[in-house]
Design a protein around this ligand. Structure first.
Ligand SMILES: [Zn+2]
Length: 440
């Protein structure tokens, strides 16, 4: 297009950009709430009014005046609460029984990053419909499909949870794969699923590469290979990531790996395999987050009854030791008949089996999720000035955590995504980046 813009058209254009940059800025929404559940305090307040202006909560209370012209939403029959957090998922991978026998090395070989990015959009929508307003997406997303997902949501192309994404998982040679020499060396087939870092220089470069390409957290393989990372290696990751304001999560599958990660002061540990009573005591003392990814036995084929018993005992031990707990699923596979969100919510079964009090399950799914995601001062709690995300369910989650299986209403960034149990996401779709293109 030739450059024929006059001052007037530029002004007009700037005005349009400004309007478009604040979708619904003038929109005030008043939500009548029957029961408002605060998981932090465990208090349920009756007959509240929540006022939302644009994308943020403006006021909450029993006597809040509803301004003329406000859109009024009646949730008098429902329990309203803050949105849920899955602290460990991978939205741009979906391994399956058919054709790859749940062997995700084959998923990686057979599915392109563009296809996986489109799956991520769908999975994100399914997670949001199940009430997950924040997802920490911890890698295995091809060539940065997780970044594209986050940017598309933040720019305003599509609805989805707030994404805290890791970019490529950084591991020693091979990552979590055991490729043949032909595939690894000649075809470089481990990449871009994993980022190699075998030396201190590699570690620094890998962290910077992920940051450059849009990671918001750093994910490392502590002990995916017998050589693993030393405590000093992990310290270097933590130090380099901190320069960019990023935290480090470690995939840990051995007790020795857990010990090294804890000694190095890692932010969070994914998976429970290496987490013994001793490790839990060390984690509690250092305040290290546990993203245990506790697969329920009801997801047949993804754990065994014996493994499930160990998972339950481990979660109970972590709770008894006062380890900071997050709700995390690693639900990156297809369970026929279930959405990705329904697979993720199924993980409450493990928490129930471990005998964790309902209020503390709710805290793991909300308050702790905001903290591990580092959104606790901007997004999560239903408080004035915070981003307007909330969900509503028919039952009382304090009485039965299973009430969370029936999310009837979802508000994300002040816009209704689901109402009366039905997704209504039209207002999230736009012909351009209405929230601005300059999202990194
Ligand atoms: Zn994972």
């Amino acid at each position: 297009m030739p450059n024929v813009m006059t001052k007037t058209t530029i002004k007009l254009f700037a005005g349009l950009v400004l309007c478009a940059a604040m979708p619904g800025a003038a929109q005030v929404t008043a939500i009548r709430v029957g029961r408002l559940l605060d998981p932090e305090s465990g208090v349920v307040s009756r007959n509240q009014i929540i006022l939302v202006e644009g994308t943020k909560f403006q006021a909450i209370g029993p006597n809040v005046a509803i301004p003329a012209g406000a859109l009024v939403i009646d949730l008098s029959d429902l329990t309203v609460m803050p949105g849920l957090v899955d602290a460990h998922n991978h939205l741009a991978i979906t391994y399956k029984e058919v054709p790859e026998n749940d062997y995700y090395y084959l998923t990686y070989v057979m599915e392109s990053t563009p296809l996986r990015a489109i799956q991520a959009v769908s999975n994100g929508i399914q997670m949001l419909s199940a009430g997950f307003t924040i997802v920490r997406d911890m890698g295995n997303n091809g060539n940065y499909a997780d970044v594209a997902l986050r940017q598309a949501i933040e720019q305003g192309w599509i609805p989805g949870p707030t994404i805290i994404n890791s970019g490529l998982i950084i591991g020693g040679m091979g990552g979590q794969f055991w490729p043949t020499p032909e595939m690894a060396v000649d075809k470089k087939i481990v990449y871009p699923e994993y980022l190699d870092a075998d030396t201190p220089d590699d570690i620094i470069k890998a962290v910077r590469k992920n940051a450059l390409f849009g990671a918001k957290v750093i994910k490392i393989c502590v002990d995916c290979k017998p050589w693993g990372y030393s405590t000093d290696d992990i310290r270097l990751f933590v130090h380099e990531a901190a320069k960019i304001g990023l935290k480090v999560e470690g995939h840990v599958q051995t007790v020795d790996g857990a010990r090294r990660a804890i000694e190095a002061g890692i932010w969070s540990i994914a998976h429970d395999i290496g987490l013994t009573d001793e490790m839990h005591k060390m984690m509690a003392q250092k305040g290290i987050w546990r993203a245990g990814t506790e697969t329920p036995v009801s997801l047949a084929g993804h754990t065994t009854p014996e493994r499930f018993q160990r998972t339950v005992a481990g979660l109970k031990n972590a709770y008894d030791n006062k380890v900071p707990l997050t709700f995390s699923t690693d639900a990156d596979y297809y369970v026929p008949g279930k959405t990705r969100g329904e697979v993720a919510i199924e993980f409450i079964e493990t928490w129930k089996a471990a005998g964790i009090p309902t209020i503390d399950i709710l805290r793991a799914m909300t308050v702790n999720g905001y903290k591990v995601s580092e959104t606790e001062r901007t997004r999560g709690p239903i408080k004035p000035g915070f981003m307007a995300d909330l969900i509503a369910v028919r039952g009382d989650p304090l009485q039965s955590i299973d009430a969370l299986r029936d999310v009837q209403f979802v508000l994300k960034d002040g816009t209704v995504f689901k109402r009366n149990g039905i997704m209504t996401p039209e207002r999230f779709f736009h012909g351009g980046p209405v929230n601005g293109w300059n999202v990194r």
